[in-house]
Each structure stands twice: as C-alpha cells, then as structure tokens.
Design a protein. Structure first.
Length: 470
C-alpha cells in the first residue's frame, strides 16, 4: 500500500541531528501508540546508520495535506515527514522509516539514482516519472530495515539476484553501522552439494551428545532395539560402515556419548548410575576406546579425566581439559603432559577442533587454529556479538573458519569468519536446498568442508558437501 507522507527535498546547509528530530501529533489530540511507533522507528534508524542526522527535524502525524503525492513542504528551511491523518497506527513505524530513508537518500547525495539500474522497475498502481520511481523503490526496500528477507541471494545459475544487490547497496550506505552476519556479510564462495542421508537403523533414538567426525567416518552413539550402539557412517554417501553393540539397556541408568576428537582416536565415555540411586557419589564414569579392529577397550582414565573428556578434545596424546591454559592429560595414566602454552605455543582454552587442528580461544576472545605440532594455521580476532557461536566442531575453507550451529526457525545459517573478523554467510537460492533443520555442524573430510544437518524430526540426518559456487 502506498503510504501517504511528504518529504521536502531541499534542506539548509546543516542537516538537523537526530537529537533535534521530534514527533508531533495533529490538532485532534494525542496518539500515544502512533507517537511510540514513530519514535521507535527513529531510534532504530539512528542505531543502524553512521549519519548524525538527516534533513528532517519533524515527523508530524495527522496533519491535513493539500496535495496527494510528496509535496515539498518547507518549515523554516528544514524538512518534515508528514503522515496523513488517515494512516492506521500499525503503519506509522513503516511510514516513518520510509520518510527517513528518503531523507537519507538525499543526505547521502542520491544513493538511489547512483544505482538507478537496481531501483527503476515500475511500481504497480502508481504513475511516476523515472526519477520518482527510483527514489520510491529505494525507500521501499530501505524501510524494510537491515534485517529484512529480500528473498534468495543467488539465482539458479548462482549469480547474485536483483534483491541481493539492492540489499547490499542499502546496507553499505544507509545502514552502514549494522554489524550482523545475517545482513551485512558477503556471500561464502560455497553452496550445498547433493545431500546424502545417513542410513540409520530402524528405531534408533537417544543420541548421546553430538555426532563425532573421525578419520574412520561419522561416529554416532545411541539406543537401537534396546541396545546402546556405536555406529560409524561414511560421510560421502551416508552408508553405515560399522555397528558395535556397547551394552543392553537395563534398569540401571547408563549413558554413552562420543568425545570431540581431532580424528585419529575414537573415544567414548560411559556414565553409570545404579537403579533407584539419588546419591551423586554412586555415579561412575569411564573412558573407552574404539580401536582399528572395531573392538572396545577400557582406558585407565580416572572418573575425573573421563568426565572432563566430555567437554575437552581428544588427540593422539590424550585429552585437553581445563580453562585459561588447557592441560593435556594422558587417558591411560591420568598424567598431565603439559599445557597449551608449552605444547602448542598458544595460551588459551582448547574449545574444539577445526578439522584435524585444535581451536584455542585466548583470554581476550581471539581464536587460534593450531596444529598438534604447534604450527599456527589461522588466527581470528574476538568475535564481537558472536557469543552464540559455540561449535566445538568446525571446518575450514581457505582463510575462513566455518560455523554451522546458527539455526533460526529451521533455516540453516552457515557462517565463515576470516582473519580480519569479516563474516560471510552461505548463499540461498543456489545449489542444493536444505530442508528445515534442527541442528547443523560443519566438519572436514580429508580437508574438504562438509555439513551435517539433523532435520526437524531429530532422527533424520543428511550430509552435504560444501562445493565452490560455479
């Protein structure tokens, strides 16, 4: 619907600041809800831009107008956004944003006309000249805000869509203060390849922790037909390579889970609580290794070491546990072999793996991807505003670390972070389309990035290769 508002195109030599911008209600009285929505639009717009203000000093709501389309209405040499008395209250926010976008367009020297090819499509129902059409289209998309969904980023040929290019211009000009990976980042040079569904046994449930990528395949632990089982899948086609029965489900409470690993070792932790017991002292934890021959061997790790293995990272020498300066502990003898600062040359918490390398997070929040030999592969600055990125298993593509746990409403978000803290997101509209997912994880197979998606059923899982956009 075309919103009736006015915006004066000329302004004095100094545009009013946002502090000088006020909301006024018409002569018929106050309208608190309309005022609140207009003020919220101004506040949001101000937080999303680096402009100190635009050539507007007043938003006037409910002022009778004598012209139908965008008349120039001067007020002491300054501009006003005029909203019609007939405007519904639920449209005040959008109308105010629309007017501010027009003003920002002018304040920035005519962004819309500088990118006319992106905004010149005719507007159904309106008879406007080319210049006015360009300005209206620009304000329309700008008023949607920096977090709006403009549709697919890429078309079927993997080329940027018109909507994506429009969004990029608005984000780089008007909303240049926004720092959000889902809106301002560039596109990853990757697309989802053809999915391979994991061939899970019928009735498989109660997955213990996450699925663990290893050099042998994807290790999954769960309950199937009354048995705890360890399953190993080939990631390329989802084929079940090996199934090992761990134990039958009984009256006692038992829980098996896989441990995050750099790939060479497959370690499981068993938690045991006797039937009917409520005493924490009765709980027992033990660490077990799944060998090359498929046999399960009890390790000599103490309960303390076994417990920490569920939050640490296993590598050939042992398991990394602790905080500030993680310690490497032998899983057989419980001997402390050294700290991250001495063994890796990097002080910090070993939080996870990036392929076959460790991910070490320093006290200042910076992340170092370091090999077991202490060779630094990549260093990322603190990820401001990225507290939700807690993936312990990630992947690497060139100079990007790929995180894939960010899922909102079933929509997959794969994010790459580079050495300058720059973020990229997986393009939509190109390559394979992932169905709605509940969780996702990026990992590597022989250095190639892949993505594991657990669908909303929680029992159906698929693996997608991440392929370069053609």
């Amino acid at each position: 619907m075309f919103v009736l508002l006015t915006l004066v195109l000329g302004c004095d030599t100094r545009c009013p600041t946002f502090d000088e911008l006020e909301v006024r209600i018409g002569e018929d009285g106050d309208a608190p809800l309309a005022r609140d929505r207009a003020e919220r639009a101004i506040s949001n717009f101000r937080s999303w831009t680096t402009l100190d203000g635009v050539c507007v000093d007043t938003v006037r709501i409910g002022i009778a107008q004598t012209e139908w389309e965008h008349p120039a209405w001067l007020n002491d040499g300054r501009d006003e956004i005029l909203l019609s008395p007939s405007i519904p209250e639920d449209q005040v926010y959008g109308a105010t944003m629309h007017g501010l976008c027009h003003a920002a367009d002018e304040a920035l020297g005519g962004v819309s006309e500088a990118h006319a090819e992106l905004f010149e499509a005719p507007i159904p129902g309106l008879l406007l000249g080319r210049r006015e059409t360009i300005q209206e289209n620009f304000a329309k998309y700008c008023a949607m805000g920096p977090f709006a969904d403009h549709g697919a980023d890429l078309d079927e040929s993997c080329e940027p869509t018109l909507g994506f290019n429009q969004k990029r211009v608005i984000l780089e000009t008007v909303f240049d203060a926004v720092d959000d990976p889902h809106s301002v980042s560039t596109l990853l040079p990757l697309a989802l390849g053809e999915a391979a569904a994991l061939s899970r046994p019928e009735g498989l449930k109660d997955f213990g922790g996450t699925i663990v990528p290893t050099d042998h395949g994807l290790l999954l632990v769960g309950v199937s037909d009354g048995r705890w089982v360890a399953l190993t899948y080939r990631p390329h086609d989802g084929a079940l390579l090996h199934e090992l029965t761990l134990e039958a489900v009984g009256e006692d409470t038992v829980w098996w889970e896989g441990v995050t690993t750099t790939g060479e070792r497959r370690v499981l932790v068993r938690t045991f609580i006797p039937f009917g017991s409520t005493d924490p002292e009765d709980q027992a934890m033990s660490a077990w290794e799944l060998g090359e021959d498929g046999a399960l061997t009890l390790l000599g790790a103490s309960e303390h070491t076994a417990s920490h293995a569920t939050t640490g990272v296993v590598e050939p020498r042992g398991v990394w546990v602790g905080s500030e300066d993680s310690v490497l502990v032998d899983l057989q003898t419980n001997e402390e072999l050294g700290a991250a600062s001495s063994l890796l040359g990097v002080r910090g918490v070993v939080k996870g793996v990036v392929g076959a390398d460790l991910r070490v997070v320093a006290e200042d929040g910076s992340t170092t991807v370091v090999g077991l030999d202490g060779a630094v592969r990549l260093t990322l600055p603190p990820l401001e505003g990225w507290a939700e990125v807690t993936d312990r298993v990630t992947a690497r593509s060139g100079q990007l670390v790929l995180h894939a746990q960010s899922v909102d409403g079933g929509v997959l978000s794969l994010v790459g972070v580079g050495p300058q803290g720059d973020a990229s997101v997986l393009a939509s509209g190109c390559g394979e389309r992932a169905p709605a997912v509940a969780t996702a994880m990026a990992f590597e197979v022989d250095g190639a990035p892949m993505l594991l998606a657990r669908h909303l059923s929680w029992t159906e899982m698929s693996v997608y290769p991440l392929v370069e956009i053609p």
